[in-house]
Design a binder for this molecule. Structure first.
Ligand SMILES: *Cc1c(COP(=O)(O)O)cnc(C)c1O
Length: 234
């Protein structure tokens, strides 16, 4: 496919997503300015990230270090904000802190220790979100709701890190609005002790309206912008 065609395709996806965000905002009396759209570019090439940047989308989300670190390097000349949104192994932390501005998937204190050490070593400040498990599936990552406030306290004290707020993925098989309502309550608890931690990262292609209705500040949208991903092959 030529770049022009791909540009048109992505522009059309972006227009649809912006229309969805606008109507979700209108439905609950919020404004677009309250929301940051993160383009989840996993499995898509750096050339797509360039096209998105040219269309004004400068927040990019990736979930695997191996792929993300190469793409971030290829796009180093653009002024982008990189969000790491996938489960994070401690042995990948050194690489991730080199390019990630925000890590959405902090779910254990060992990870805080590793991120803090590497952020200090790299001379960077990384914004971190506590990922909340809204169901009981450990495979999907996230801290249990009761663990979130103590983990937020640890994060807030860690050198090189800044506590940004919370993140979650809506569980399969539950109405996303109900799950995001729980996330919003947890976010409020965190904000009681950490007023600066205002980020609620929630909402993907299929449930962004429910996320907007429940106070999301950041939407992580892949499919609706860039198309359906090929089945994941490791
Ligand atoms: C892939 C991914 C997304 C984007 O999902 P879409 O349904 O393609 O919009 C959002 N958040 C996380 C954590 C992801 O891994």
């Amino acid at each position: 496919m030529t770049e022009t065609t791909r540009r048109d395709e992505i522009a059309a996806g972006l227009a649809r997503v912006e229309a969805d965000i606008a109507s979700a905002c209108r439905a609950v009396g919020r404004t677009r300015e309250e929301l940051t759209l993160i383009a989840v570019s996993k499995t898509y090439p750096a050339s797509d990230v360039r096209l998105l940047a040219a269309l004004g989308v400068t927040d990019v989300g990736e979930n695997r270090d191996q792929e993300a670190c190469v793409k971030a390097r290829e796009c180093a000349d653009l002024d982008l904000t990189w969000h790491f949104i996938g489960q994070l192994q401690t042995n990948k932390v050194r690489s991730v802190v080199r390019y990630a501005d925000v890590v959405h998937s902090v779910d254990r204190s060992r990870l805080v220790t590793a991120l803090s050490g590497e952020a200090v070593r790299a001379g960077r400040t990384i914004t971190c979100l506590v990922q909340v498990a809204l169901d009981d599936d450990p495979a999907r990552g996230g801290a249990r709701p009761a663990e979130v406030a103590p983990l937020a306290d640890v994060l807030a004290e860690a050198p090189g890190l800044r506590l940004g707020g919370v993140m979650a993925v809506a569980p399969l098989g539950e109405e996303p609005g109900r799950a995001f309502a729980r996330l919003r309550e947890i976010a409020q608890v965190v904000r009681t002790d950490h007023p600066e931690a205002g980020v609620i990262s929630a909402g993907m292609s299929g449930d962004l309206a429910e996320a907007v209705a429940n106070g999301a500040t950041h939407l992580r949208v892949g499919t609706a912008l860039l198309g359906r991903r090929k089945p994941f092959v490791r």
